[in-house]
Design a protein around this ligand. Sequence first.
Ligand code: FAD
Length: 384
Amino acid sequence: MSGVDIELVRSSVREFSEKYLRPVAARIDRENIVPDDIIRSVAEMGYFALRVPEEYGGPGLSLLESVVVVEELSRVSSAVGIMATVSGDMVAFPIALYGSEEQKEEYLSRLAKGEIGAFALTEPCCGTDAAAVRTRAVRDGDEYIITGEKVFITNAPYASFFLVAARTGRVEDRHRGVSLFIVDKKPCVEVNKLEMMGYRGSGTSIVKFNDCRVPAENLIGEENSGFKKVMMALNEGRIATAATGLGIMQAALEEALSYAQQRESMGKPIIEHQMVQHMVAEIARLVETSRLMIYKAAEKADERSPDLPYWSSLAKLHAATSGVEAVRLAMQVLGGIGYSKESVVERLYRDIKMIEIGDGTNEVQRMVIVKSLLGKVKAVWPSQ
Ligand SMILES: Cc1cc2nc3c(=O)[nH]c(=O)nc-3n(C[C@H](O)[C@H](O)[C@H](O)COP(=O)(O)OP(=O)(O)OC[C@H]3O[C@@H](n4cnc5c(N)ncnc54)[C@H](O)[C@@H]3O)c2cc1C
């Protein structure tokens, strides 16, 4: 895809974000909910179905195009940006890659029509140690009975279905005993929204599956083959999550630059003081290097590179550490007002920390980078 096409995607999403998200972004954060009419507008644009192929009614975007969408949504509302990431990429992508034709017809089409999906991996026992998940799926005739608790699940209150990693093998089998299921939201699925520090409104929740009966055809692929599929979803998802951080730090750059031109100290705008210039230049460096790495990683996904885990983790780690520093510097440029609820930067500062934790912590990204360098981790793509 050419740079011109990317800029076309960017300008259309920017127009949408400024028109629909800008007026409500602070309220979404304050009230920890995205209003229904905004959900409908985002759905109509196809942003909850970014990676759904056109044959199932979706926009059929590449990952590179998707990250530009997510970046632009997050520049105004990180909550909406991460919602699009999870539904449009982390849920849509593994179903498109590994799902049966029936699963694609049913669930990708539903995303394309504006329904929202959630990705349920993390549990109270184990986030980083995802191979230890305890949620159980037990076969009973033509069904599985799913029982267990997930935590920090984005989109859960809005979702009509969940991708769930559940144990079908023994605990000691670790990643070899995990399967991936599609679970519709039904009364047996209990959602309790959490009060998080950032990305407020994206619906981060505890989700309990209370003996949920799921048709056996909702198992994706073979029993006990789910962990690799989860890892592939994370390989892509990390790049899109990093793109939400990119949107946040781009917003921080714009806020710092604008304020530094208006605010005066010692007889001149603070942008004319060399130490403030240094901070603004540093933010710009962190933003642009993150953008380069995220786009490069997305291109690796689009060309189905075996080196995807390496580039995905590098981009996520770089965006996370750069983002935290960039927003810290932006707050420094704004001084006291940046530390107050009057300022957008106060929200950006709370939001950006998530990138160091969600979709694998910085420590996990470092592990993947070194394992990749040692040749121990590669992406294995199914044949097309
Ligand atoms: C806003 C938000 C949204 C989220 N959305 C989702 C979602 O939609 N779906 C989902 O499934 N999950 C989601 N998560 C969960 C997220 O992926 C986990 O929080 C993350 O993977 C870390 O897991 P944990 O919180 O259990 O931390 P832990 O695994 O308990 O880690 C605690 C600390 O120990 C370190 N650590 C742990 N093990 C090791 C090790 N072996 N080596 C070195 N250091 C180690 C970690 O890096 C971290 O610093 C979300 C989290 C947040 C904050």
